[in-house]
Design a binder for this molecule. Sequence first.
Ligand code: PMP
Length: 423
Amino acid sequence: AAEQAERPAPARRAARRSFDFSTLPAHKQMRMQRAAAEMMGIEPPFFRVQEGYAAQTCVIEGRELLNFSSYNYLGLNGHPHVRAAAKAAIDRYGVSVSASRVVAGERDLHRRLEQALARFLGVEDAAAFVSGHATNVTAIGTLLGPRDLALVDALAHNSIYEGARLSGATRITFPHNDFAWVDDFLTRRRGDFERVLIAVEGLYSMDGDAPDLPAFVEVKSRHDAWLMVDEAHALGVLGATGRGIAEAQGVDPASVEIWMGTLSKTLSSCGGYIAGSAALVDLLKATAPGFVYSVGLAAPLTAAALAALEVLEAEPERVARLQRNGARLLERARAAGLDTGLSQGFAVTPVIVGDSARAAILSDMVRRRGVNALPITFPAVPEKQARLRFFVSADHAPEQIDRAVEITAAALPEALARPLIAG
Ligand code: PMP
């Protein structure tokens, strides 16, 4: 204290400023974005409170909107069996399992969910984690080390990049879906690394397209690499019975080393999983910090995911309905002249606008006209690729899809023409 008292006043002020989070460059950028939104006269699209259950419609500020912003792909978040299972689990186990599973948090529900997932996916075993994002971070962070290489698709999710960064492995981003690039790179450089992980998604979350999985399997086999497929948006979406890209493209699930998925989309819960060989699952459950040092998945969330998986298995017609709806949205959007980028018409279709500001304006305009479709802006996508992203649900009526496309197509030219500074 005596030392501090002797310090000259300007130094003390400088020291205090360094503790002020608002001086961080990221904070400044955030403030600039908010000021820009205000100048454009649009209400910020983020953190808007939705009232009640967000399904094919949602309620914001008392108004019912057509909802295309929730990844409740098969409508299972509202399914009576799923809700009842979550409530029953609370009555039986309480809300939290109150410890890491390694120590005192293990409940029979955890293994039931993991075994059901493994059986559904056609692999030996699965491990459930408390967050989808953390699943990628901790699994990749555990499996790779500094002598290894992570080859990550340019459009892969942030959590895959974060896991690769944590691992200390060399990280290379490859052009989207370009298995020939990966093949060429490994032909030249495979010898420089001990282990190699190639990471792709079953269905890309921002673009709605799928990779050529047989081609990636062929490349990884030839170069003795591991292949990881993030099925966050593919489970319950791709394949005749919703088993994902392996089913859709006729690939033996055992030919992919690491299947990753989330419990938060089709399975209407929260959390993630890794599925694959028993050795992989054993290893992660014993060593992945995000599993070992984190609380076990909450009882109602485990029960909800298990119940949702049961409904998915029992009612594959939901998958067919989702696929019809996805194809309809893409077809109508293209017919209306919208730029749907790479979308293949599954559950995710972007409408590419251009600048982040224009995407935010379009989202604001369509919301005022009754459609909830959120903008995806820089840095989540490149600045000139800002877009509205539409998530389709099995529960959307065809007319709701048509209406949403009509409203968006009508608003787009206005959003592009509107002066950026509100008058
Ligand atoms: N992987 C992908 C491809 C995702 O899109 C997401 C999130 N939407 C995650 C992982 C993380 O999952 P969660 O939101 O369940 O944490």
